[in-house]
Structure formats: structure tokens, C-alpha cells
Design a protein around this ligand. Structure first.
Ligand SMILES: Nc1ncnc2c1ncn2[C@@H]1O[C@H](COP(=O)(O)OP(=O)(O)O)[C@@H](O)[C@H]1O
Ligand SMILES: [Mg+2]
Length: 245
């Protein structure tokens, strides 16, 4: 049975596309038939590369083995609802989304769905969100991508609470960009993020990951076994633990 993994985040620009690419890189390397679905792409003109194309680019030659789909696209960098309203182009619909997921799951082992912005960003004027899209897929799992620094704990907890309120399973939290010299708050957050999310920490992409020469190798050392890598959350957290002053 194929797995459908939604990649959401605490915000825009937290590293959802980079994490999607990291999971995809390991899946492709493991021989899984893998697809990346971007239901709503904003801020990109017709013909320009969107997030799905960015995932292909990050994978290098292995990107040729990925299937990508984008369902709606609007040029202005706004929420899909606002960008859709302003462009006059049609909104995403649930049947359109479900049809695309069914078509992809028929022929793939893993379908990664990258949301736009955070979890409750609206895709249409009736308030359709990524959470609704996830609820339309039986057995959907969600990854929450977060930044690691000061300020992340409350938005992580809020996102996780919104998932729980909708009976959606949070598979785990992934840090989109882990700095080379983490400060006190960042180091403490390794222990506190999984508590805030009430879900395991499943990875930390190092700063600069999108530029890595061997992106799949870097993904393998940055993502936990649940996501196909060999990153050890307990050892990483322990290595960065802060002694009491
Ligand atoms: N680990 C990282 N190190 C450095 N830059 C990163 C990392 N992850 C993402 N970025 C950069 O940060 C920006 C936002 O990342 P992206 O994955 O596109 O976020 P999102 O999909 O959540 O909007 C992009 O320019 C991307 O290249
Ligand atoms: Mg993105």
C-alpha cells in the first residue's frame, strides 16, 4: 500500500521544500516509486519552476526518477486563497485533489504532498486548508517542519494542537535548517520541540543543505529511520544538551 505523507510547516520559508526533497531523495535511492504533489503553488509565474521543480533540482540526476504534479498556480506570493481571488484563476477543489492523489497512489509507493505556508492557510474562499486535504486521504500522515530557534515552541504546539483537533496524525517534527553554531535556545529546543509537538523529532537538515553536492547522502545523515535515514534524534539531542549553569 502506498504512503501519503503531507509536509506542512509552522510557517512559510521554514524548509518544507527542502525537507520534502530530503525525504524524496532517500525514497528514490531506496528504489521507491516516489511522487511530489504541490496542490497550490503561489508566487511563481507560468513556466517558472515551482516547489515541485525545486525538489527535482535538489535531487540532481536522481530527480529524473521523481513524478511531480502541481494542481493550481498563482503568480503573486500570497496565500492560495488571496492569490486565487486576485488572479481570477480557479481555486483548488477537493475532488481535484483526491483525484490527483488517487492517480499518484495507483502507481507510486510514496506520495509527498507539500502544503503552501502553514497548516491553516486557505486554498479557497470557503476556507479549505491543507488539514482538510489531509482529512480527505485515508491514513494520511503529516510531517511538521519547524525552525529551531527562539519562538518556535508556541507555533509548533499550535500547529500540533490544530492537527490533533482534526484527528490528524503528526508523524513527527523536522527542523528545516539546523545552524552550525546553535545558540542556547536552539540547543534547548531539541529537547522541547518534540514535547511541544507531542511527536518525535525526525530530523534536522543542516544549514546549507539545499546546496549540498550529494544531497541524498546529506539527507541520510539528517533524517531519522522513519523517513529512510540514519539520523539518531537521541544522540543528536544529547550531543547538543546544555549543562545547567
Ligand atoms: N537547511 C537549509 N539550509 C540553508 N538554507 C535552507 C535550508 N533549508 C531551506 N533553505 C532555504 O530557505 C528558503 C526556504 O526554504 P524552503 O524549503 O523553500 O521553505 P518552505 O518550503 O517552507 O517555504 C529557501 O531559499 C531554501 O533554499
Ligand atoms: Mg516550499
Amino acid at each position: 500500500m502506498s504512503r501519503v505523507l503531507f509536509v506542512t510547516g509552522t510557517n512559510t520559508e521554514v524548509g518544507k521544500t527542502a525537507v520534502t526533497a530530503a525525504v524524496a531523495a532517500l525514497a528514490v535511492r531506496a528504489g521507491l516509486r516516489t511522487a511530489v504533489l504541490k496542490p497550490g503553488q503561489t508566487g511563481v509565474a507560468p513556466g517558472e519552476p515551482g516547489d515541485a521543480e525545486e525538489v527535482v533540482r535538489l535531487l540532481g540526476p536522481a530527480g529524473a526518477r521523481l513524478t511531480t504534479r502541481e494542481l493550481v498556480r498563482y503568480p503573486e506570493p500570497l496565500s492560495p486563497e488571496r492569490a486565487g481571488l486576485r488572479s481570477g484563476l480557479p481555486f483548488l477543489t477537493v475532488p481535484q485533489f483526491v483525484g490527483a492523489v488517487e492517480e499518484l497512489t495507483d502507481s507510486h509507493d510514496l506520495v509527498l504532498v507539500e502544503g503552501a505556508g502553514g497548516l491553516l492557510v486557505r486554498y479557497d474562499a470557503d476556507g479549505l486548508t491543507l488539514a482538510d486535504l489531509a482529512q480527505s486521504v485515508a491514513g494520511a500522515e503529516l510531517l511538521l517542519v519547524a525552525h529551531p530557534g527562539l519562538g518556535t515552541l508556541s507555533i509548533t504546539a499550535l500547529s500540533a494542537e490544530a492537527l490533533r483537533a482534526r484527528k490528524l496524525a503528526c508523524a513527527g517534527v523536522v527542523i528545516g535548517s539546523w545552524p552550525s553554531e546553535p545558540d542556547l535556545a536552539t540547543r534547548c529546543n531539541l529537547a522541547d520541540l518534540p514535547v511541544a509537538a507531542r511527536a518525535p523529532l525526525l530530523g534536522a537538515l543542516p544549514l546549507g543543505a539545499p546546496g549540498a553536492a550529494d544531497f541524498a547522502a546529506l539527507a541520510a545523515t539528517s533524517l531519522a529511520p522513519e523517513l529512510g535515514g540514519r539520523w539518531d534524534a537521541a544522540a543528536f539531542t544529547e550531543a547538543h544538551a546544555v549543562p545547567f549553569a
